[in-house]
Design a protein around this ligand. Structure first.
Ligand SMILES: C[S@@+](CC[C@H](N)C(=O)[O-])C[C@H]1O[C@@H](n2cnc3c(N)ncnc32)[C@H](O)[C@@H]1O
Ligand code: SF4
Length: 512
């Protein structure tokens, strides 16, 4: 249990996020005391504790305690952090000049000093391995793009990442190289260009780690025809508004779920709708997430090729049959290789493969085997995910039985994938982090230079509007001049989506 008292500031949300790096959420209690008055609205604390805290918090509390005290002293903001841990006291004070004309400057600098104080002390006390410093966001590359836009050079950015955010040098270098590679795909920003996402939320079976929209075919397959009909209506009606507003479609991504669960008549229906709604000839990239190899066949691949799909995903997750069985994928390594070679034969040269490290029962040698097998296939794109134990996944309930890897082993696995990617001539071109990832690590998208997945870059950096269709799709409307972003989710539930599809169109219209 750790209690935190904020004095002179209320960055309790940020502190809670930061403390999740060191504690379970249930162990964290944050109190706010601004100008000497304890916030009585804090529901988490019992009344008698509040009384005690008013007397003398540091002496009364027996548990571990953090006191974060922010003061403004002339032109400086000063933050003193004290940590009382297992009977010992640790303390650090830092200050920084702020711009009194800019209220945002106080907030930004103050918040940073508060986080730095707590992070530095806890990291040294608890000796937790945190290669990403106190960055907890999903998109750390955004910070680098911001600094690049301010005109800062590589060395300066590197220093900021390491000194202000405590990133490991290797992670700082990774961020900079990814941001540099992404840059030409994002800038100059053209408000008239948008990307399209189409969600096909059906899967042959549900994988144990997954929390994506994925309705197993056995139970939900009978709704696929109806789904395509509703989806096409949503696309056609929204496309009219996009056209009216002069929006050009730059990329389309058909994802899921597993889009290759659709049969040929269903795919024909979908592509007829897309051809009618958008100018597919002008697309920069058209991705189809084949996903699972057990859903892919030659007729379908030929159809997709003919329709202009330029980028295809065929995802192994692992090249070890026993793990495929454990995670409920219902396909074999052999099937994967066959599907990959078939796609090559049909003429797809830009194939992505997703893998996950830290899967149940896997050790470093199994990851090495996966990479060795992938090296033989030579995909143009490889996305390496670190397992995230998501709340909505089956794995969450069975975590204790399955996940036995030590943090060092997860790190070793990540290193193996990096070394193989380099050997295969692949460079990192986008990256993101997720909540509940093993080892506080990251997901990295690699590609052969020239095969960058543009849609992936756009979705990560959030500088382009993405209009999403289908159950579980999330649109993002970007207003660059106002530096504003609006997330507009579609309904996730399949049956609800079918009856409320017109509402999904109306939601999007209001943002266009
Ligand atoms: C939307 S899923 C769909 C891909 C496709 N249906 C398939 O399974 O091949 C995209 C990718 O996210 C990754 N992924 C899904 N759940 C994950 C988790 N809990 N932790 C890490 N990666 C995950 C997998 O690598 C997966 O291929
Ligand atoms: S990983 Fe892919 S196939 Fe498995 S349940 Fe998730 S979306 Fe479906």
């Amino acid at each position: 249990m750790i209690k935190v008292v904020c004095k002179g500031h209320d960055y309790s949300y940020e502190i809670k996020e930061l403390l999740k790096l060191f504690y379970n959420l249930e162990e964290i209690i944050v109190l706010t005391e601004i100008e000497g008055t304890l916030d009585m609205n804090t529901t988490l604390i019992e009344a008698d504790l509040k009384k005690d805290l008013k007397k003398d918090l540091e002496e009364v509390l027996k548990e571990d305690l953090i006191v974060s005290d922010m003061e403004i002293l002339g032109d400086r903001i000063q933050v003193t952090t004290k940590v009382y841990y297992e009977g010992k006291k640790y303390e650090v004070t830092e200050n920084k000049v702020y711009d009194s004309e800019q209220p945002l400057s106080i907030k930004k600098i103050g918040k940073n000093l508060v986080k730095r104080g707590i992070f530095q002390l806890l990291k040294s006390i608890k000796k937790t391995y945190l290669p990403w410093g106190f960055l907890v966001g999903i998109r750390p590359t955004k910070i680098v793009h911001e600094l690049m836009e301010e005109g800062k050079g590589k060395e300066e950015i590197l220093a900021i990442l390491q000194e202000e955010y405590f990133l490991q040098e290797e992670k700082s270098q990774l961020l900079i190289s990814v941001a540099e590679r992404e840059h030409p795909f994002i800038y100059p920003i053209d408000e008239n260009k948008v990307s399209i996402y189409i969600s096909i939320p059906f899967c042959p079976t549900r994988c144990v780690y997954c929390s994506f929209p994925s309705n197993p075919l056995k139970q939900w397959g009978h709704l696929q025809d109806q789904y395509i009909e509703a989806l096409c209506r949503e696309i056609e009606e929204t496309a009219k508004v996009l056209q009216l507003k002069g929006k050009e479609i730059e990329n389309i991504y058909i994802g899921g779920g597993t889009p290759s669960t659709l049969n040929i008549p269903q795919l024909k229906e979908l592509f007829k709708c897309l051809e009618g709604a958008f100018n597919l000839k002008a697309l920069k990239e058209f991705t189809f997430e084949g996903g699972r190899p057990d859903t892919i066949d030659e007729e379908q691949l030929k159809f997709l090729k003919e329709k202009g799909i330029s980028r295809l995903s065929i995802n192994p997750q692992t090249m070890n049959d026993c793990t495929l069985e454990t995670i409920g994928r219902n396909h074999t390594v052999e099937e994967l290789k066959k599907a990959f070679n078939l796609a090559k034969k049909v003429g797809f040269d830009n194939i992505n493969m997703d893998i996950i490290i830290g899967l149940p029962g896997e050790d470093a040698s199994m990851v090495r085997n996966t990479m060795e097998e992938l090296k033989k296939l030579q995909p143009a794109n490889l996305t390496v995910h670190t397992l995230a134990v998501k709340r909505a996944s089956k794995l969450k309930d069975e975590k204790e039985n399955y996940l036995k890897n030590e943090e060092e082993e997860i790190l070793e696995m990540l290193e193996i994938t990096k070394a193989y990617a380099a050997e295969m001539g692949l460079v990192p071109y986008y990256m993101y982090r997720q909540k509940h990832m093993l080892g506080h690590l990251e997901n990295i998208g690699y590609c052969k230079p020239g095969y960058e997945g543009i849609y992936n870059i756009q979705i990560m950096e959030e500088k382009q509007t993405i209009v999403a269709f289908g159950a579980g799709g999330v649109s993002k409307f970007v207003y660059p001049k106002e530096n504003r972003l609006e997330r507009v989710p579609n309904i996730k539930n399949l049956e609800q989506y079918l009856v409320r599809v017109d509402e999904m169109v109306e939601r999007k219209k209001s943002y266009l």
